[in-house]
Design a protein around this ligand. Structure first.
Ligand code: ADP
Ligand code: MG
Length: 730
């Protein structure tokens, strides 16, 4: 019988010999050519329709029905010129992937022919049969009605022969069933709140947009080897596998040269991204073998989120063509780094100012400090919420393990700004004397240099780091939709900005403070009260865990428990006050996330049991039989005293195999029992906790024995591609 591992290795070797054509031409020639962008809209739509769409994008105005017909007809003309025959509403349900249901443009007519049709109502709204998308109980499965609605702020695009129209996905009763709906609501609120605060400093500001630059980490693995690992195939991660002799100790992969085969994948992939208007800019190796990172130039949050979802799809598709598979899982391999998706976030005004970039003068700096300090205050107030929104079964392998970043939420701001905040804190609040004003202006606010030293980027252990002109949220998982984290971050900062404005106005009106005095007084209070969230040291250290506990910061390492934070009263109040999510929507999400958690662990657990029982144990026993036969043979030919001496090692091996096999089988049965018990629990929360605390611990025990066997058993018998084969691409 052929060994599946060896035939997979052979196929992988043949993949390495395949040559791929590189895309031709300059990026500027094809950038955005598959996007219905402003240029395409101008070309394919009437001036009137173009104006209506632009106004919807910029001011959120509604598009009239007759206008929608015009837009649809222009969009169809453009899409068919790109070879599109179908259209789909493209949306982001809470399953974590993107969804689409393709409809043809053509409609049969009575004469047995067909006409092409795409009208305003098809653009604006669609009713996918969406009963199988998770709704957390909002929409009973037998009542499948939910609909998708066009989001004009994210441009339509063509992939292959399909026109994709970005949409939101909501139930008929109006509740959000996707990631995008609450995100758009949060982005509206932060626009309003930030614009109001900006007006203390500059009356010309009319709009503030949140910006996001994500950095996507991922692993590549050869497609044939991937197919030969049921665990990778079904769960996206290896559940077994001994660490290779060489892992990432030498740190030679990071910034090393990219293998040709990988390079040609990256070129093809970037080409498609550029055609789709995704401004992918950097690519490099990451720390672990076969780990890579790509990042685009930052964009407005909604667009950046769509682009990240799209990138994850495009990556998969292009990788398959190149006989690779992409692993977006946060921890595909034990023993080497996992993958994250850093979310670089800031706020920008329509006057072109980055609000998290220090200003050119004291006034600009006070504005910068206002947004900077308000963000810290918001983080302190809602650290637990931020922790809960990044929680997932796969991200648990990063957060809370000894790896970037810890499960404790804190902010790193660097020594320069720490000094500034410390100085500010020392000055008395309230009415300021002339002297104090000078002190404030010259020595504190005036002291912030325009360009902050990049020492801020050096602390890699912080989950939320200020990096000179933006905050970088590093705790988001590589497989996550950025929308979750972005909805929370923008909501909490919006709430804090609203409160800030109220407090400042109150001081001006009732305490007759000058505007600057009032602003400063509130900021001073924020600096003081949010101090516990600031941490400049090593986030991985035990000392920090102890210190954080003293400060009252939570350190919750597992998803089911972290999700408790999502439905605390202050979170309900936050989302309700801002109109981002009502109680029903929030609790539905909680339910969906809990279900997602236990289902994932359930699948992993079943698979681990199967692989251990069907692949590993039989292989170990086969090898054991070889050893036994060998020992029998030795007994036949050797004199008794020689036999006793020479067979001892092999007999010990036979015993060790028996022992390990017996542990594997016993633990596997116990794990199944634990699953049965967990499955009886009716509350999702309790079931998730049971899977986490009663089922998951068996994984390590079983894996330990299997990985030991991997080292003992004849390499030729071992059925699964080994770590060294999976991770070292040529
Ligand atoms: P690096 O951290 O690699 O030195 P940068 O600091 O320039 O590089 O950017 C890292 C990421 O942060 C990029 O994706 C970039 O687009 C993004 N970024 C830069 N400025 C902003 C901003 N104002 N808002 C959001 N993201 C930003
Ligand atoms: Mg960075």
């Amino acid at each position: 019988m052929p060994n599946i591992r060896f035939s997979a290795l052979e196929r992988a070797a043949s993949h390495q010999a395949v040559e791929f054509e590189s895309p031709q031409g300059r990026v500027t020639d094809y950038f955005g050519e598959n996007v219905f962008n402003e240029q395409a809209m101008r070309m394919f739509m009437s001036a009137e329709a173009y104006k209506a769409v632009m106004s919807a994008i910029e001011k959120g105005t509604r598009i009239e029905r007759s206008m929608a017909d015009q837009v649809a007809s222009g969009m169809k003309a453009w899409a068919t010129s790109k070879g599109a025959t179908h259209y789909t509403h493209w949306f982001q349900p809470l399953t974590g992937t993107t969804a689409e249901k393709h409809d043809g443009f053509f409609e049969p007519t009575s004469g047995g022919r067909a006409i092409e049709r795409f009208e305003g109502n098809m653009l604006v709204q669609q009713e996918p049969d969406a009963s199988s998308f998770p709704s957390g109980g909002i929409r009973n499965t037998f009542e499948a009605r939910g609909y998708t609605a066009w989001d004009p702020t994210s441009p339509a695009f063509v992939i292959g022969s399909t026109l994709c129209i970005p949409t939101v996905f909501v139930s008929y009763t109006g509740e959000a069933l996707d990631y995008k709906t609450p995100l758009l609501r949060a982005l509206n609120v932060i626009d309003e709140a930030a614009t109001d605060v900006c007006r203390y400093f500059d009356r010309n500001v009319n709009k503030v947009v949140a910006t996001l630059g994500w950095e996507q980490e991922y692993f590549l693995v050869d497609a044939a080897l991937f197919q030969a690992r049921p665990d990778l195939l079904m769960t996206g991660r290896t559940l077994l596998g001994h660490a290779p002799a060489k892992g990432q100790q030498l740190e030679d992969h990071y910034f090393g040269s990219i293998p040709d085969r990988v390079m040609s994948f990256m070129r093809a992939f970037e080409y498609e991204c550029h055609q789709l208007g995704i401004p992918v800019k950097t690519r490099h190796n990451e720390v672990a073998p076969a780990q890579y990172e790509m990042a685009p130039v930052y964009e407005e949050v909604n667009l950046a989120v769509d682009h990240n979802s799209l990138v994850m799809d495009v990556m998969e598709r292009v990788a398959r063509r190149h006989h690779f598979r992409v692993l977006l899982h946060e921890k595909p391999y034990a023993g080497v780094n996992g993958s994250g998706k850093h979310n670089n976030w800031s706020l920008a005004t329509d006057t072109g100012i980055n609000l998290l970039s220090p200003g050119k003068n004291p006034k600009g700096n006070l504005q910068f400090l206002t947004f900077f300090i308000t963000t810290l205050k918001a983080l302190h107030r809602h650290a637990n919420l931020l922790r809960s929104v990044i929680a997932s079964a796969s991200n648990d392998h990063r957060l809370g393990a000894n790896e970037a970043p810890p499960a404790i939420i804190s902010a790193f701001i660097g020594s320069q700004l720490t000094e500034v905040l410390d100085e500010l804190e020392k000055i008395e609040g309230g009415k300021l004397s002339a002297e104090q004003k000078t002190e404030l202006k010259l020595n504190v606010v005036g002291k912030i240099p325009e360009i902050l030293l990049d020492n801020t980027d050096r602390n890699r252990t912080s989950p939320f780091a200020f990096t000179g002109n933006k905050f970088e949220l590093r705790a988001v998982g590589s497989s996550a939709n950025c929308a979750g984290a972005m909805t929370v971050l923008n909501s909490i900062v919006a709430q804090q900005l609203r409160d800030f404005k109220k407090e400042v106005d109150h001081l001006i009106e009732s305490k007759s403070l000058k505007k600057d005095e009032a602003i400063f007084t509130v900021l001073k209070d924020y600096i003081k009260t949010s101090k516990p969230i600031r941490f400049e040291g090593d986030g991985y250290s035990d000392e920090w865990a102890k210190e954080a506990e003293k400060r009252g910061l939570s350190n919750v390492k597992t998803t089911p428990r972290a999700l408790d934070f999502l439905v605390e009263p202050q979170v309900e109040a936050l989302f309700e006050e801002l109109g981002v999510m009502n109680r029903v929507e929030l609790h539905a999400r909680h339910e969906i996330l809990l279900e997602d958690y236990f289902k994932k662990i359930q699948i992993e657990s079943r698979l681990l049991g199967d692989i251990a029982g069907n692949h590993i144990v039989p292989t170990a026993l086969r090898y054991q039989r070889l050893l036994t036969e060998n020992v029998q043979g030795m007994k036949d030919v050797l004199p008794a005293d020689r036999f006793k001496k020479l067979a001892a090692v092999q007999i010990a091996m036979i015993e060790e195999i028996s022992e390990r096999v017996s542990v594997i089988l016993t633990e596997k049965d116990a794990m199944i029992e634990a699953r049965k018990k967990a499955n009886k629990l009716t509350s999702s929360r309790e079931r998730a906790i049971a899977y986490c605390e009663e089922v998951l611990p068996y994984f390590e025990k079983i894996r330990y024995e299997v990985d030991k066997l991997e080292l003992m058993v004849d390499d030729e018998l071992w059925p699964l591609p080994k770590y060294r084969e999976l991770m070292f691409l040529r």
